[in-house]
Design a protein around this ligand. Sequence first.
Ligand code: S3P
Length: 451
Amino acid sequence: MAHAPQNPNSSLIAEPSHALAGRLRVPGDKSISHRALIFGALAVGETRITGLLEGEDVLATAEIMRQLGAEATRTGEGAWSVRGVGVGALREPAEALDFGNSGTGARLIMGLVAGHPITATFIGDASLSRRPMGRVIAPLTQMGAIFHAREGGRMPLTLTGARHTMPITYESPVASAQVKSAILLAGLNAPGVTTVIEKVPTRDHTELMLRAFGAKVETESREDGAVAIHLTGQPELSPCPIVVPGDPSSAAFPVVAALIVPGSEITVEGITLNPHRAGLYTTLIEMGGDIEIMNQREEGGEPVADLRVRASELRGIEVPPERAASMIDEYPVLAIAAAFASGNTIMRGIHELRVKESDRIAATAAGLRVNGVKVHETEDSMTVEGRSGHVEGGGLVATHMDHRIAMSFIVLGLAAQRPVTIDDASMIATSFPDFAGLMRGLGATLAGQGQ
Ligand code: S3P
């Protein structure tokens, strides 16, 4: 059902657009950007970063690294210098750490603080304050940290790190790179080996970057598909230049837009196709998407490529549930592609979507319905009935403080029959500050106050 815009000053309208065309670079990868600042703060000396995502989530992490005693200075566009203090030498912050909308920042830095004998209070916006922190509180408590959280393990919370951090072996009950990374960050200041076992492997940027900074991290693949990650604690981390590649999760929006707006052809340059992040692209190609992977290379330890994308007639498919971890942030925009496909697209094994910046199954389903698309949802699945290129549109979409819901429905509006309004575009700045500008540069028609 339609509802009144939350904030009329930040609504945004996507109108049916002519073919999209051109080349673009999307901002730096969000996961890698957070980690570059955090590991830079732990290395002794200066870490230089280029291509850093300057979105609100990452800027919050930069500010928090300063509060914890590191120097983080912007030296140019996307260029940053971080002077770290060394593992174990962070200082107690004088004020609460404000993570805004960022679950990644909050959970990773809980791990970092848990491994230091300091106390910090973690605060964030209404969306972050609803998200479950018990998944990191449990292992970090085993490592010796003490938490005082709101009921249900929610923020705001106060954390006192361990005086003597205990190395643990932890089998994570959730497929989460944030949980894995929090434990490894705490394990950095523990004597001995900290081990995280993942039944389903998740993004490995923490492991790759820790190795680049000189830590000993071993990944052992098991026969049942699980992986065990072993970190040897108390390394001396040495600064390492970091080149942040383009974010495949941000590129997903112009890519899907080009697939569904008839006649489009665009090229997105320089995104990482780390196998733990590329599931959406495999899926879109299986749906019949004309996506050419070009100029494959390695940059800063990550596989990088350019993508040429042409408008395509998509077919609905069943997405293999074991692929979920490699495209966990991309289901909302996949659902938009699915709405334009012929036949049903079935997405299973996606219960984690219910605890992202919003309940993304509910928010995506509601947004599709107000635009004339039928959706069936269960606790951990969503099926979209494709409309073979003819989506009515005309809806007002509630974005629930979720940047990816906002961008997904802007993409839908570009290819629908009637304009689509999102109630609040302000959250887009958390991960993709110039989204509207870049989309307009490709020929998208966007109107309204937000961006
Ligand atoms: C991230 C891990 C994922 C992802 C998030 C970024 C990371 O979260 O959804 O956007 O950088 O480690 P989970 O660990 O909760 O799956």
